[in-house]
Design a protein around this ligand. Structure first.
Ligand SMILES: *[C@@H]1O[C@H](CO)[C@@H](O)[C@H](O)[C@H]1NC(C)=O
Ligand SMILES: *[C@@H]1O[C@H](CO)[C@@H](O)[C@H](O)[C@H]1NC(C)=O
Ligand SMILES: *[C@@H]1O[C@H](CO)[C@@H](O)[C@H](O)[C@H]1NC(C)=O
Ligand SMILES: *[C@@H]1O[C@H](CO)[C@@H](O)[C@H](O)[C@H]1NC(C)=O
Ligand SMILES: *[C@@H]1O[C@H](CO)[C@@H](O)[C@H](O)[C@H]1NC(C)=O
Ligand SMILES: *[C@@H]1O[C@H](CO)[C@@H](O)[C@H](O)[C@H]1NC(C)=O
Ligand SMILES: *[C@@H]1O[C@H](CO)[C@@H](O)[C@H](O)[C@H]1NC(C)=O
Ligand SMILES: *[C@@H]1O[C@H](CO)[C@@H](O)[C@H](O)[C@H]1NC(C)=O
Ligand SMILES: *[C@@H]1O[C@H](CO)[C@@H](O)[C@H](O)[C@H]1NC(C)=O
Ligand SMILES: *[C@@H]1O[C@H](CO)[C@@H](O)[C@H](O)[C@H]1NC(C)=O
Length: 883
């Protein structure tokens, strides 16, 4: 390393202002040893806080909820119209209804239909209403008025309706499987025995029930119209509350499906018949699915230009997307003609791609649909079911869709059985680090109580998922796949709705290791596929920043948990197993805890098994005992589980009061000095050369005669003097008396890289000349530290750095990182460089400046994110003995 000539003016340049720290008030402390998985905010600490603006807007609204509902009417001889049945607009000029509605009790056919009118008897809202003549009636060919079967008919209108927000066709549910737990019936239906026609449109929530159960009711009814019992083309539904009647005859039984942050009604069945109202018996409905082809063909044969796939859920939902209602979640307020919405509250977010912490698994070039989450530079969590594909074990991971990294080790949960939904978790270790400089890992949730609402990862067609505003009329088909971030709710075991077809995979039911999440709202089918092995997650605010917190890895569920919920393997329950793999030397067994002297209290002498002299102290003060406990769970205890019988050699020196009084008194001394500048304890150390005084190293004053610096900087040659800058900018030179390099300093691996310089004269403390205090805590260091470094121009720069676990920098360090060393990284740069005499400092809220580390001579800084320092707390005893 070349000699650096420092200019005599010491200027502190604050490289990153404190305002950029965005810290909470708490001082974050990093323990020396890693003992918890809940330390992501420490390991991957970010210094710059971010926030996002929230959009909000409103738009005018009409009553769109019943836009497809029509009232079917019979014009009476005196000119009034009797509204006796309901119908559903399914095409611009076609209405679907029940076959029994095509004649009334007087054998008359209906002749008129009215849409967009909530209150059929009054003129209220009539400006939106459209009334059209019925010009043709198509009853299903197999329907007989003498029976309840095939009770379905189409009505052709005189011309197209004008499609508006309050008059628009519905979609049809064409799947034989009716997966919905609740359906909605609408109609101007009678509400009780009185048989009054209610003037306004009503909706009622109904629960589909099995035909078998429903049939029990109708078996006793001697109804010749139902001689063959209930048929597969019929479904039954009962009022959830079992107290009111089903909807109007001919009206729809429907479900609203979400897409594009809106909902479109899908008609599942047509109201056919029921027993007497108010008797809480099920209504019977004609299912749409078996009649799909008849409906489409009939319309086609009668002049409608209907494509064959007109009722494909995706295409149908997109047809009038811009006219549909917004999903409830985003509506913040509603008046009769205006709704305000906040799209931040929507359930489905289209995102640019999977977050970079989601990695794809690969088998020598092949991929399937398995993913995992990366939790640090070389560790991926995934599902055990994802490890093997076509009998081959996963060989690589793909990070950010570009970087392929080889898997070096695979740890499948030892209790996992092939194909099982239990202990379905695995850890992959990578051969190389993910070397992205903006690497953002996922954090693992370790707590039992998660938030109510979280996000999952899905993928689906762009057209059906994009957010459309009221002024967009973009219903173009775009089958490209986009990544989705659906917002779902945690469900407990009783509210979890698992699709029936997954029950065989969950033979023992849901256990504590599972996370059930989802929404009761259904999506348009095939609009969202869960990403297998991706995360149930949430951005979590912690220590001034947000971190992605992963609750679990998804493995079961369709439509991203909407309507039917999805199941993930939770992280919290597998923490112990993960620690055994992620922490070196971690042992779970606590049975090695031994109480040796149960009647001994703090401070008493005690008897260790190894016979070494020992005393009872709080565990945290027994540095080696604590470390041993963490590594293999062995500890000898006194009266309580927090008192260790600690060998006298192990008791932290600070607790044995060997700390030199001058060092111990430092914080109080400095607090009382009313210091005016933080630089008052920095000195430059100089050597006399032919060119004069050469200031080569930075040192720090720790007592009135002692300067602390690194051995690698001062070398063997005794310096001539140190220079200290006064407040006025004047330099004062103090002659050096002697130098002491640590006896065990090793210039190869830079261990014990510490030296003391003694001055000939004694300093006089003032508000601009004062000591730095030593960081004496042997178990923790402050997470965010300042690195003070002289630069080439002779100024002293101050940069924020973040302390790291030794075990983390050990992964790439060429030598053993000793306990007496400390690693830190510059979070703003890809590398952390230092010179031989940089200092790691911590400025406490009470303005006391502590020296926490001294840099070592590490030449290859341009290859490493971190740099290694001498940990001052390990040398407090040595310093004390030598001052
Ligand atoms: C019209 O005739 C129907 C029966 O045909 C009757 O119920 C209704 O009261 C009459 N309305 C008026 C206004 O005469
Ligand atoms: C009626 O609506 C259909 C479907 O939108 C359209 O294809 C047809 O051209 C319309 N007919 C008239 C006469 O506008
Ligand atoms: C049907 O009739 C049988 C025999 O009369 C009776 O036991 C049963 O309770 C009835 N079921 C219903 C649903 O009414
Ligand atoms: C609708 O059609 C698209 C394109 O052909 C297809 O991918 C999708 O699966 C269909 N949707 C349903 C529900 O069948
Ligand atoms: C990932 O890479 C593939 C092929 O290189 C590309 O087709 C695809 O669009 C990429 N996906 C994303 C999300 O970048
Ligand atoms: C635990 O580790 C310590 C060293 O760290 C060792 O002395 C001790 O024997 C170990 N105990 C057991 C039970 O393995
Ligand atoms: C430091 O400041 C406090 C209050 O501002 C004052 O009481 C005290 O005397 C000052 N100490 C010195 C040494 O100037
Ligand atoms: C200095 O450190 C290196 C690397 O750890 C080691 O090989 C060497 O033995 C050490 N030297 C001494 C004198 O301990
Ligand atoms: C070291 O710091 C930690 C974290 O702030 C604290 O809990 C512990 O008590 C400190 N140890 C000593 C000896 O002061
Ligand atoms: C870190 O490296 C990335 C690419 O490897 C580069 O884009 C970025 O600018 C670098 N950051 C700094 C601060 O040099």
């Amino acid at each position: 390393m070349s000699l650096i000539h420092y200019c005599v003016v010491l200027i502190l340049i604050l490289v990153y202002s404190n305002s950029a720290l965005g810290q909470d008030d708490e001082v974050l402390m990093l323990p020396n040893e890693r003992t918890t998985l809940d330390d992501c905010h420490l390991r991957f600490h970010k210094l710059l806080a971010t926030s996002l603006p929230k959009p909000a807007f409103g738009h005018p609204a009409h009553l769109k909820e019943f836009a497809h509902m029509g009232a079917i009417g019979w014009t009476q001889p005196n000119g009034t119209i009797a509204w006796k049945c309901g119908g559903t607009l399914i095409w611009d000029n076609f209405v679907l209804t029940a076959a029994h509605c095509v004649i009334d009790t007087e054998n008359q056919a209906p002749d008129v239909i009215r849409f967009g009118d909530l209150n059929i008897e009054t003129t209220e809202g009539d400006e939106y209403a459209q009334q059209l003549k019925i010009v043709a009636i198509f009853r299903h060919p197999q329907h007989r008025f003498a029976s309840h079967y095939h009770d379905i008919a189409l009505l052709k209108l005189e011309h197209n309706v004008t499609v508006t927000e309050v008059v628009a066709p519905a979609c049809l549910w064409t799947d034989e499987e009716v997966r919905f737990k609740i359906l909605e019936a609408t109609g101007w239906g009678r509400t009780g025995y009185a048989e009054d026609q209610t003037p306004i449109l009503l909706k009622v929530a109904l629960k589909p029930i099995e035909n078998e159960e429903c049939g029990k009711v109708y078996r006793n009814v001697t109804d010749r119209k139902l001689r063959l019992g209930l048929q597969p083309h019929q479904i039954c539904a009962v009022d959830k509350k079992m107290d009111t009647c089903e909807g109007d005859s001919g009206g729809p039984l429907q479900i609203k499906l979400m897409h594009n942050t809106r909902v479109t009604p899908f008609v599942v069945a047509i109201t056919s018949f029921g027993t007497a109202c108010g008797l809480s018996s099920p209504g019977v409905y004609t299912k749409i699915a078996p009649y799909h082809d008849w409906i489409v063909e009939t319309m086609q044969k009668n002049g409608a230009m209907v494509p064959n796939d007109v009722y494909n859920a995706t295409f149908c939902a997109l047809r009038y997307v811009s006219l549909r209602e917004y999903e409830d979640a985003i509506i913040t307020s509603r008046t009769p003609d205006y709704v305000a919405v906040d799209t931040d509250r929507r359930h489905m977010f289209e995102v640019d791609g999977l977050p970079s912490y989601i990695v794809q698994l690969a088998w020598n070039g092949e991929t399937n649909d398995c993913f995992g989450v990366i939790i640090d530079e070389d560790t991926v969590l995934t599902l055990a079911q994802c490890v093997t594909h076509n009998r081959e074990r996963v060989s690589h991971i793909i990070y950010s869709n570009i970087t392929t990294i080889k898997v070096s080790r695979i740890h499948v949960h030892p209790k996992y059985e092939q194909g099982s939904s239990y202990n379905n978790i695995a850890i992959l270790r990578l051969q190389h680090f993910v070397n992205e400089n903006d690497f953002d890992p996922a954090c693992i949730w370790q707590d039992d109580t998660p938030s109510q609402e979280v996000y999952v990862h899905g993928s689906g067609r762009r057209d059906i998922n994009r957010l459309l505003y009221s002024y967009d009329h973009d219903n173009s088909i775009d089958s490209s796949i986009t990544i989705l971030a659906p917002r779902v709710r945690f469900q407990n075991n009783s509210s979890c709705l698992i699709p029936k077809r997954y029950l065989p995979l969950l033979r023992n039911g849901l256990t504590k290791e599972h996370i059930c999440s989802g929404q009761n709202l259904f999506l348009v089918p095939k609009s969202c596929d869960l990403v297998t092995g991706a995360a149930v997650h949430e951005d979590f605010y912690r220590a001034g920043n947000t971190y992605p917190m992963v609750y679990g890895l998804n493995f079961l569920g369709r439509e991203c948990g909407f309507g039917e919920h999805s199941i993930a393997i939770g992280m919290a329950n597998h923490g112990e197993w993960m620690k055994t793999i992620l922490f070196s030397n971690y042992k779970t067994s606590h049975d090695t805890i031994q109480f040796v002297d149960t009647d001994h209290q703090e401070g008493d002498s005690c008897h260790r098994h190894d016979g070494r002299p020992a005393r009872c102290v709080p565990i945290s003060r027994c540095s080696r005992g604590w470390k041993q406990f963490l590594s293999n769970g062995t500890i000898e205890l006194c009266a309580t589980s927090s008192l260790a019988c600690c060998s006298l050699n192990d008791i932290a020196e600070t607790e044995l009061n060997v700390i030199h009084p001058q060092l111990a008194g430092c914080p109080r001394l400095v607090e009382n000095l009313n210091i005016t500048s933080p630089r008052g304890s920095l000195v430059f150390i100089g050597w006399l050369t032919s060119k004069g005084m050469e200031l080569r190293c930075l040192g720090t004053i720790i007592t009135k005669r002692i300067i602390l610096t690194s051995a690698s900087c001062v070398g063997d040659e005794v310096p001539a003097a140190v220079e200290i800058e006064g407040n006025s900018g004047t330099q004062t030179r103090y002659e050096v008396d002697a130098i002491l390099v640590h006896y065990a300093f090793n210039a190869t691996d830079d261990t014990n890289d510490i030296a003391l310089i003694r001055l000939q004269d004694t300093l006089v403390w003032s508000s601009d000349l004062f000591p730095s205090c030593l960081w004496t805590n042997t178990t923790h260091v402050p997470l965010v530290l300042s690195m003070v470094s002289p630069d080439d121009t002779g100024n002293v720069g101050l940069a924020k750095v973040v302390a790291m676990y030794n075990t983390d920098c050990q992964r790439t360090h060429m030598y053993d990182v000793q306990d007496s060393q400390l690693c830190a990284r510059n979070p703003f740069d890809n590398f952390t460089c230092n010179t031989r005499s940089d200092q790691l400092r911590y400025d406490s809220p009470s303005s006391v400046s502590y020296i926490v580390g001294l840099s070592t001579d590490f030449d290859e800084c341009e290859h490493f994110r971190y740099t290694v320092f001498t940990r001052i707390s390990s040398f407090v005893h040595w310093i004390g003995m030598n001052i």
